[in-house]
Write a protein of this length. Structure first.
Ligand code: HEM
Length: 199
């Protein structure tokens, strides 16, 4: 069930439109830019997501396709952000992606890379909490070489790969799973952090 008349990245945009809307709403419902406490929980979800994807960002086969892939990972920035805010480094949460196929991995990376576009809006709000791309909100900062440029290069690579029908399904599956996973991590971050706080 693959539509050959549109680019692969356009199809990914379409099939993740609803999950993106839902996640956007879930993020906003927690008002992460109203208090540092709420922001820290959001950051903790971002950190865990990036940390889980580190194995993909550093995978030799994927680096063969996307040479600057390791530099694109934001696990270190998110960790530095947590340290800036003296927030705890969260323990891993069961259910991280393990051993996806190449195409599935690219679906996950599509979501992680795409989230840098939304980050352009988020970092502007972070300023109200005295956060910036050098303190506390490094992981939302502009990537070296520019957001739009980095995204376009990534998309061009994804769109030009020769995939069979099974791989088309796998990349779709990976992208949808990535949104589901971020949602799990978000819910976890808000649930556990509120328990840890004094009443
Ligand atoms: C973990 C994954 C993601 C998260 C948590 C996320 C979160 C968000 C949030 C909260 C906003 C709203 C920003 C605002 O209005 O202040 C947003 C906007 C945006 N996101 Fe995402 N996003 C993710 C993935 C993606 C992906 C995969 C793409 C592209 C394919 C994308 C593209 C955009 C764009 C272009 C905007 C700007 C305005 C809009 O069109 O709604 N995001 N994102």
């Amino acid at each position: 069930m693959t539509d050959n008349s549109i680019r692969r990245s356009q199809r990914l945009n379409q099939i993740t439109h609803a999950p993106h809307e839902q996640l956007d709403e879930a993020v906003k419902a927690n008002a992460p830019f109203e208090t540092l406490a709420s922001y820290s929980r959001f950051l903790s979800a971002q950190y865990l997501f990036q940390e889980e994807l580190k194995t993909l960002y550093t995978h030799p086969q994927l680096i063969e396709l996307i040479a600057d892939l390791p530099d694109r990972c934001r696990a270190e920035q998110a960790k530095a952000d947590l340290l800036d805010l003296q927030a705890a480094i969260p323990d891993p949460v069961a259910g991280a992606v393990i051993g996806p196929s190449l195409a599935e991995a690219l679906g996950w990376l599509f979501v992680s890379e795409g989230s840098k576009l939304g980050a352009a809006f988020l970092i502007k709000r972070a300023v109200a909490l005295n956060l910036s791309e050098t303190f506390g909100a490094r992981h939302l900062g502009e990537p070296a070489g520019g957001r739009a440029e980095g995204w376009k290069r990534f998309i061009r690579i994804i769109d030009d790969l020769p995939f069979n029908a099974e791989q088309e399904r796998e990349i779709d599956r990976g992208a949808v799973a990535a949104f589901e996973r971020f949602n799990v991590l978000l819910q976890h971050a808000y649930a556990t952090a509120s328990e840890a706080e004094p009443a």
